[in-house]
Design a protein around this ligand. Structure first.
Ligand code: ACM
Length: 561
């Protein structure tokens, strides 16, 4: 068995000399994604973890203790060490110390990390910052630390001092569990992958034409008829029970990730319309849908009676979903509705937003929702692309830009998920077996080379429609419209569908880390050449972890990775 060396093995990699804000240019910095705010190489060998190294948690806070145990569990499979988690003050033994006595300036998620021969010290304001810092710590260890089986290696934490905190407070990724159902284990796996890159939100697209995925006790048919289909599949029962959904929420919480459930409407509603008769204009259910089209459905908003029916439906659903969801937000969708009078759409926005507000939750919607009246404090998720930017300031601005203007005027903040940058279901290039390309190919460079402040600016970066102070963060959205091989055509056999984890691994890696860095790292560190080199160093980690990533040609992978 080869002995794997520590982070300094990356010294020979192109561009490994660190970010512009590093103080030491001579020393080689370990490659970390997302790039920390500031990072300095220290003299000396760094700290080597041994079987007797304690994890000392300087806090009686149970959440911080739990983060200490999480670190122990993280290190156990590859090292074979069962590191003890101890409370109390740091003594003179070599240790990994988690200290929640950090300065206020770090905020909830920031941390400092120092690795020297005598130990590693991670400081934060609380458990969340310690957790984010641990994600950096694992990247300072040899790649083999990600292996699920015991490896022989010298477990040296590269000698550095890092001070870090996020650029944006909202850093999300989305799974489309409606088009393709993800078993709980797959969602948990994805949560761990997102957490490793310091994402803090998981948006679950729970409802669409092809399926309704969350149990609603008062409307059991939603998970009979409505959960019997996926894109390309019929005759199943694909949904999360309340206990399963709560299991996902709790698992995410243990990774400091907030779950945002989405109940999409007034379009993307065939599964609901197949389950609940009185939200259809003829008061009859429609057949469950297992196809691949979009913009095929809308609930009935034609007359006061049906608006009342839809309102009641939304109140029932939002009441139960809110009760299961500790996070502050519910996403109400609002995208891709077949043409209807504007008043009908506005009636839906009114019904959906008041149902969410009645539960004490805040509203998120696709930016389309701004066509209606949205409550103060709402978040709009912008999914426009370059074509829309090109029309800014012209006589014929794109509808996405006009809607963004309406959202800004209503004081919404924005989550930026431009389809041509952060839609992980877009193919990387013509060789990609899965996905779509309506927003163009999204090679890794495109997923990285953008900035939230210019997503709604002119192509030269001027005249942003959404001002910087109304940007909450970013999302990498992994739709599942075409989660099968040969996706340039419709599938002819269910054997073309791969396991959800195979699809997510390939489509999210390396692009999820790219979007994560856009959300976390200071704009001043933004540099494709340096990023792609740090990203290349993640390859051996993903290999060790068993992540089936795409070895994209625009990333300078080291030989053999
Ligand atoms: C969307 O991509 N329909 C939000």
């Amino acid at each position: 068995m080869t002995v794997l060396t520590g982070a300094l093995a990356y010294a020979g990699m192109p561009g490994a000399a660190g970010a512009p804000n590093t103080r030491s240019t001579a020393a080689v910095l370990p490659p970390v994604v997302p790039q920390p705010e500031s990072e300095r190489a220290l003299k000396g060998p760094g700290f080597t973890i041994g079987a007797e190294t304690p994890i000392i948690v300087k806090s009686s806070d149970p959440d911080s203790r739990e983060v200490g145990r999480y670190l122990g569990r993280l290190l156990r499979p590859a090292t074979g060490y069962d590191l003890k988690v101890e409370a109390g003050r740091r003594d003179h033994r070599p240790a990994i110390t988690l200290d929640r006595g950090g300065p206020k300036s770090l905020g909830e998620e920031g941390y400092t990390l120092t690795s020297r021969a005598e130990g590693v010290r991670l400081t934060a304001r609380g458990a969340e910052g310690l957790f984010r810092g641990i994600q950096t710590l694992r990247q300072l260890l040899p790649a083999a630390v990600e292996s699920p089986t015991v490896q022989r290696a010298r477990w040296t934490v590269a000698p550095v001092h890092i001070t870090d905190k996020p650029r944006y407070g909202y850093r999300s990724t989305m799974l489309d569990v409606a088009r393709r159902f993800y078993p709980v284990a797959d969602v948990k796996r994805y949560i761990d992958q997102a957490a490793a890159y310091k994402m803090n939100t998981l948006h679950l697209h729970l409802t669409d034409d092809q399926g309704w995925r969350i149990a609603i006790d008062a409307l059991p048919n939603l998970t009979k008829a409505g959960a019997s289909t996926q894109s390309g599949f019929t005759g199943g029962s694909w949904f999360y029970t309340k206990a399963q959904y709560q299991e996902i929420v709790a698992y995410a919480k243990s990774r400091f990730i907030t779950v945002v459930p989405e109940i999409d409407g007034p379009g993307h509603t065939s599964a609901a319309q197949a389950s609940v008769p009185d939200i259809n204009c003829d008061d009859k259910t429609i057949p469950p849908y297992s196809g691949f089209d979009v913009k095929i459905s809308v609930v009935c908003l034609r007359d006061p009676q049906h608006i009342a029916n839809v309102s009641k439906f939304l109140t029932t659903v939002m009441t139960e979903v809110a009760a299961l969801t500790p996070g502050p937000y519910i996403h109400v969708g609002g995208d891709e509705v077949p043409a209807r009078p504007a008043e009908e759409y506005k009636a839906y926005v009114q019904a959906a937003t008041s149902a969410v507000q009645a539960q004490g939750k805040k509203v998120i919607g696709w930016h389309d929702l701004s066509a209606g009246t949205i409550p103060a404090g709402s978040l709009m998720q912008y999914w426009g692309d370059e074509d829309a930017r090109e029309t800014i300031g012209t006589a014929e601005e794109h509808k996405d830009i006009l809607l963004a203007r309406k959202g800004v005027a209503q004081n919404a903040s924005f989550i930026m998920s431009p389809a041509d940058r952060s839609y992980l279901d877009m193919k990387y290039d013509s060789s990609t077996p899965y996905g779509l390309r309506w927003a163009g190919y999204v090679p890794v460079k495109n997923a990285y080379d953008w900035d939230p402040t210019t997503v709604t600016a002119k192509p030269d970066g001027t005249s942003p429609v959404v001002p910087a102070n109304q940007i909450a963060g970013v999302e990498a959205a992994l739709w599942a419209d075409r989660a099968y091989t040969g996706s340039n055509e419709l599938p002819t056999s269910t054997s073309q569908f791969v396991e959800p984890s195979v699809y997510t691994d390939f489509m999210a890696f390396p692009r999820l880390p790219a979007v994560a860095e856009i959300g976390w790292s200071p704009k001043s560190t933004h540099d494709w050449t340096r990023f792609s080199s740090r990203l290349a160093a993640q390859g051996p980690r993903w290999k060790a972890a068993g992540i089936g990533f795409y070895a994209a040609p625009d990333v300078p992978w080291a030989n053999g990775s």
